[in-house]
Design a binder for this molecule. Structure first.
Ligand SMILES: Cc1cc2nc3c(=O)[nH]c(=O)nc-3n(C[C@H](O)[C@H](O)[C@H](O)COP(=O)(O)OP(=O)(O)OC[C@H]3O[C@@H](n4cnc5c(N)ncnc54)[C@H](O)[C@@H]3O)c2cc1C
Ligand code: SF4
Ligand code: SF4
Length: 608
């Protein structure tokens, strides 16, 4: 099939692109501003393919300054977007460990003792220090709290009502079509195949869509962006090695809640010092809350779900959450490389936008506005080229899109942020100081060094728990978990002193119940497995099977053969397995022994 423009993924980046483009393809009388090359007399044919089963089935916070969103929708604050609220009170809290189970460095333990000893003079309550001052770059004054799912559905309806753009959810793009270094379109995923991708009942090969321009906005773990990175390489000095998995609940707060809509809480320090948390309050007693577990947290058992529950049970937060009820749940990878990981933004026939193009600001924790802004910049560039009847060559895209991007606040602020998190390569305390230093000096100074590949940082379970759990005990736990075909992290956390989670069936529930009640995960029949263990022999002798421990949906289990097993029906498509593997891929040490390919299904909730 032929189109003029084909887009991969409908996240905020592509939404920004299509919002700007769709409004300017036709004149007031309905005639085309420019004509389609494939359908003469009509406006350009623009198609967008989204892998999730519906628009807005992704996961995100979101608190945002909404600068780019407001530029596209000046009326956004009063537009009646469900779950939207203006930002109100913002707090940053350092959470002390009430149980003594977390792993804290000597420096942090000393700081904790000092805080506890002087708490009469400090704003400390319920084991949390409310930072009396926070730098302005962390604030989202005059911004908005949104449900990304609700916002994306709202935008999707706006874009499609223009009649100039088609969005196809439930339609993953399998690969970019590349001919002599030029991207000429995309191929959709094959249907009617077995788990390995071999033709089976009702086989339908993925359709080829040829287009003059392919827009890639497939996010931080998108397979099409990665395909191009492998085929064209990354620019000199760039590397994509930093990620975090964000796991999130949307919940009804108790009826007598004192939290006001617009409240923004950010936390650090607990359940492990490396884990950051957020709580945003929507209207009608609904809250979004969750944690980020980063790739530089050197634990081979860094499970997000159990940690999320311990975080919610922290006395500072639990007094607000107790008696509340789960509405939805999910997880998604956040690309934390920022400008460190900026790929080639353009090439002949393609352009990259959004988080997969390195737009996320890792200092301010802001990705939506930046992704949206890069989408609008590309749309303006595309309109300029269409009107000038110029082809979508790398040179033309550089002179229009990249030029706009380089001149924008996304670029200026991205440069300030570029090295701001390098300190975390050396530990949490260095990381926090490094962030403050970079933020307060406009990026002139930073600490630490460029990130190393995550697989290089993962110790074995035995080494990580040395001094806390003996090798013999670990061997016994491993055997028990293997018999039950479950991951090891729960047993390890119990042994390391973490209290049991008091399940209440409302808010605190097993991981499996959260998958069913909160994620409502589904996997349509007839598609290949999108998670593949590339070199089974490496798995067989792997001493840190972090793919199993860190899987957000318990979709990866020990298996029977020494190679982990993957269950597509439980996969939430968070993409965390892409970077949670302890072995390098022998063909490419920048990658690991696990492939995360294009796939269907996942979460069924548009509240996240
Ligand atoms: C838990 C969490 C909390 C966050 N909180 C905040 C916050 O408070 N504020 C903020 O500003 N940012 C926040 N972010 C970051 C923000 O969500 C991202 O920066 C933003 O979503 C990036 O937008 P994007 O369009 O580039 O990519 P994405 O949002 O990742 O969208 C990419 C889309 O492409 C689709 N796709 C991928 N592969 C294919 C394929 N092969 N075929 C078709 N479609 C495909 C995906 O399904 C997805 O819909 C948070 C992220 C997480 C995970
Ligand atoms: S996928 Fe990676 S982490 Fe998992 S068992 Fe194989 S080598 Fe180990
Ligand atoms: S298998 Fe699915 S749920 Fe598990 S880490 Fe990978 S993408 Fe996430």
């Amino acid at each position: 099939m032929d189109a003029d423009i084909v887009c991969v993924g409908f996240g905020p980046a592509t939404a920004g692109f299509l919002t700007t483009l769709s409004k300017q393809l036709t004149n007031a009388d309905g005639t085309p501003v420019v004509e389609s090359a494939v359908m003469p007399g009509m406006p350009p044919q623009v198609l967008c393919y989204e892998r999730a089963d519906d628009i807005g089935f992704g996961v995100s916070g979101v608190v945002t300054k909404a600068r780019a969103l407001k530029a596209s929708f000046p009326e956004i604050k009063t537009a009646g977007i469900p779950m939207a609220a203006p930002v109100g009170e913002e707090k940053v809290l350092y959470l002390l460990d009430p149980h003594g189970a977390s792993r804290r460095s000597a420096a942090l333990r000393l700081a904790d003792s000092l805080i506890r000893a002087t708490k009469f003079a400090l704003p400390v309550e319920n084991h949390a220090l409310n930072l009396p001052w926070t730098p302005s770059f962390l604030h989202k004054h005059d911004g908005m709290i949104l449900s990304m799912g609700q916002f994306m559905q709202w935008v999707g309806a706006q874009v499609q009502s223009t009649g100039t753009v088609q969005i196809w959810p439930g339609t993953p793009v399998g690969e970019a079509l590349v001919e002599e270094k030029k991207v000429i379109g995309v191929r959709l995923l094959d249907q009617g195949v077995d788990k390995k991708g071999n033709p089976s009942d009702g086989f339908t090969p993925g359709m080829d869509i040829h287009a003059a321009l392919t827009v890639i906005g497939d996010g931080p773990v998108g397979p099409i962006g990665r395909q191009l990175d492998e085929q064209f390489g990354l620019p000199d000095g760039k590397h994509i090695r930093d990620w975090a998995v964000g796991m999130k609940f949307v919940m009804d707060l108790p009826e007598d809640t004192t939290l006001k809509p617009g409240t923004v809480l950010h936390t650090f320090g607990y359940p492990e010092p490396e884990i950051f948390g957020f709580l945003y309050v929507h209207p009608d007693r609904v809250a979004s809350l969750g944690i980020f577990v980063p790739s530089w947290f050197d634990s081979p058992a860094r499970t997000a779900y159990r940690y999320l529950q311990h975080w919610m049970l922290h006395p500072y937060l639990w007094r607000y959450l107790k008696g509340g009820k789960l509405r939805s749940w999910g997880a998604k990878t956040l690309g934390e490389s920022g400008k460190h990981g900026e790929p080639h933004l353009t090439g002949d026939g393609y352009a990259r936008i959004g988080e997969g193009s390195g737009s996320t600001n890792v200092l301010t924790g802001s990705g939506v506005d930046e992704a949206w802004a890069t989408g609008t910049q590309l749309a303006e560039a595309v309109l300029e080229l269409l009107k000038a009847k110029k082809p979508f060559t790398k040179q033309n895209l550089d002179e229009t899109y990249v030029k706009r991007r380089r001149a924008s606040w996304v670029e200026a602020e991205g440069r300030v942020a570029e090295k701001s998190r390098d300190g975390f390569q050396k530990g949490v305390a260095t990381g926090m100081i490094g962030m403050a230093l970079a933020g307060l000096t406009n990026g002139k100074f930073s600490l630490g060094h460029a990130p190393v590949q995550p697989w290089k940082r993962i110790p074995t379970v035995e080494d990580y728990f040395a001094g806390k759990i003996s090798r013999e005990e670990i061997a016994k736990l491993r055997e028990e978990c293997k018999t039950k075909n479950v991951s090891l992290h729960g047993a390890l956390m119990d042994k390391a002193g973490w209290p049991a989670i008091p399940f209440d069936g409302q808010l605190l529930m097993s991981h499996q119940d959260a998958l069913l009640m909160g994620g409502k995960v589904q996997a349509p029949h007839g598609y290949a497995d999108h998670v593949v263990f590339l070199h089974p022999e490496l798995c067989e002798k792997c001493g840190a099977r972090i793919c199993i421990e860190a899987c957000s949906g318990q979709a990866i289990t020990p298996g029977e053969t020494g190679v982990p097993a993957f269950d597509r029906e439980k996969c939430v498509h968070c993409g965390a397995c892409l970077w949670n593997c302890s072995q390098a891929n022998p063909e490419n040490p920048e990658r690991m022994n696990i492939a995360f390919r294009a796939g269907t299904g996942g979460l069924h909730s548009a509240e996240n």
